[in-house]
Design a protein. Structure first.
Length: 75
């Protein structure tokens, strides 16, 4: 039998899991400085700061992937 592509509670996971929010914010930390530079013509904040924010978010997402977040406990 073919397995479904998405997990049964994907909406709840997408809205409530730590690892997903870390991914959302990590993506924003990568894209936002580029968008701001395109609009304003100068860097808003240090590139090292944005890199550090991204690194912390990736590390947080890795921990969130294995931490019991109580999302899959009930459907």
């Amino acid at each position: 039998m073919k397995k479904p592509f998405l997990i049964p509670n994907w909406r709840r996971v997408a809205l409530r899991s730590h690892s997903m929010w870390a991914a959302y914010l990590g993506l924003a930390a990568l894209v936002l400085p580029e968008l701001l530079f395109s609009v304003l013509g100068y860097d808003v904040g240090s590139p090292r700061l944005w890199w550090l924010v991204g690194l912390v978010l990736v590390a947080s997402g890795l921990v969130g992937r294995v931490k019991n977040q109580g999302i899959g406990d009930r459907q």
